[in-house]
Design a protein around this ligand. Structure first.
Ligand SMILES: Cc1cc2nc3c(=O)[nH]c(=O)nc-3n(C[C@H](O)[C@H](O)[C@H](O)COP(=O)(O)OP(=O)(O)OC[C@H]3O[C@@H](n4cnc5c(N)ncnc54)[C@H](O)[C@@H]3O)c2cc1C
Length: 399
């Protein structure tokens, strides 16, 4: 498709172009599409399916099906009045309000929304790119699932296996994944969780951390704290644990030790290239005119009012998507937009098959009921409510 909105006669009605249909971008597109009069909306997203990342663990375990965790964009956007372009933005020429895509399209925008999220960060540790699995996309889940299947079939018949799966990083993703894999392995795969800090889940609520610690212990996960990974090879991981160099033989290593923001190249370049982009209180870029930045990509110097960054969560991204729609409408009407205020709704962690912990909104709960609450909450939040309820219904019926 070539530039459908170019031309001076359309200057005043140039579209809002949203780059990235993840939690922030999709929420914003759907919110804008409900406005009357509705501005022209273009969503540029390379994937066919939306990825509900907090439910990837349940996809790995088979507790949820791909259609529940990854609904197709064409069904989510069906008749919403949003022009979906399945393509990747390869450059933003922000001085002339133009985007270029991998397929060579040129799109002119009235307002640009950058919501391209984040990607795993290997922090330059040798061997990670070549030998580690990641857990950040639907594709990562299928690759890891296949590998776990092979490991399990290798250990069939044996009670105590010497097969080792190493997981690096004990933030939420590493801990949730370790619990799920250990539960699925039923003692036939030894799970080692390697963390450079002195505790797991440093940013979590105390109750959730305690529940996670108890769960890891019950499932027999080997936790290595104060352990800095230096090098990864196909079958070994070398780390410094409490000052001592340790080498662990493994049959698979998953890298969950961090992520970094990503965005298409900006021409001319602004900032350091791979850093978060700074926004004002209404989510407008401080450097790029006519541009908003959302989700994992955005930062504000005083984001939470205490000088912290906004956390990299779906919760923040969705709330920003809603707020950004109002900001864009105000910009188009020449009005001053309202500031975005993050409302912390709490924290939920998956802790193995049928187990979770939830803190927030007056609820502190762990165990099977928390698991059901977590899943129901997420499924009901799927950007298109009807689909979320359909998924939640399917899940409730399956229990
Ligand atoms: C395994 C895992 C578990 C998580 N669990 C939780 C949880 O339990 N609770 C929670 O709140 N948060 C969780 N998160 C974090 C949460 O998913 C992210 O904070 C959230 O997805 C950020 O939303 P976003 O819109 O900024 O980016 P994303 O949702 O990542 O969306 C970015 C989109 O941009 C697209 N894109 C990228 N580059 C381009 C380009 N050049 N052109 C066009 N499109 C592009 C991508 O394809 C993607 O669809 C989890 C994350 C992971 C990886």
């Amino acid at each position: 498709m070539s530039a459908p909105f170019n031309g001076p006669e359309e200057e005043t009605n140039r579209p809002v172009v949203i780059v990235g249909g993840g939690f922030a971008g999709l929420t914003m597109a759907l919110k804008l599409s409900r406005e009357r009069p509705r501005p022209p909306i273009v969503l540029v997203e390379p994937r066919r399916e939306f990825a509900f990342l907090p439910l990837l663990y349940e996809l790995l375990s088979g507790e949820l099906q791909p259609w529940e965790v990854a609904p197709r964009y064409d069904s989510l956007l069906n008749s919403a009045g949003i022009a979906l372009i399945q393509d990747r933005v390869s450059a933003v020429n922000w001085q002339n309000n133009e985007l270029i895509t991998d397929a060579g399209r040129r799109l002119t925008y009235g307002q640009l929304v950058l919501a391209t999220g984040s990607q795993p960060n290997d922090f330059g540790v040798a061997g990670v790119q070549e030998h580690a699995f990641f857990f950040h996309s639907l594709q990562d889940v299928s690759v890891l699932r296949q590998h776990l299947k092979q490991l399990r079939s290798r250990t069939r018949g044996s009670e105590n296996s010497s097969v080792v799966l190493a997981i690096v990083g004990a933030g939420a993703t590493g801990v949730e994944l370790a619990c799920k894999v250990a539960d699925l392995a039923e003692g036939r795969i030894a799970v080692h969780l390697i963390e450079r800090g002195d505790q797991i889940l440093p940013l979590a609520r105390a109750f959730n951390r305690e529940q996670a610690q108890a769960c890891l212990k019950r499932l027999g996960v080997h936790c290595h704290l104060n352990a800095q990974v230096e090098e990864v090879s196909e079958s070994l991981v070398r780390f410094i644990e409490n000052g001592t160099s340790t080498t662990l033989e493994h049959q698979g290593l998953v890298w969950t030790a961090g992520s970094s923001p990503r965005h298409p190249p900006l021409c001319p370049e602004v900032g350091t290239g791979s850093a978060r982009l700074e926004v004002d209180a209404s989510l407008r870029s401080v450097n790029l005119p006519d541009c908003l930045v959302l989700g994992d990509l955005a930062t504000h110097p005083n984001a939470t009012g205490e000088g912290h960054l906004w956390p990299n969560t779906a919760q923040v991204a969705m709330q920003q998507g809603e707020a950004a729609a109002n900001t864009v409408l105000a910009m188009r009407r020449g009005l001053e937009p309202q500031p975005f205020q993050f409302q912390d709704l709490g924290e939920m962690l998956s802790l193995g098959v049928g187990n979770a912990t939830v803190t927030g909104m007056g609820v502190t709960l762990a165990g099977p009921l928390a698991f059901k609450l977590r899943r129901l909450t997420y499924l009901a939040r799927l950007p298109k409510l009807s689909l979320g309820l359909r998924s939640a219904g399917a899940w409730l019926l399956s229990r």
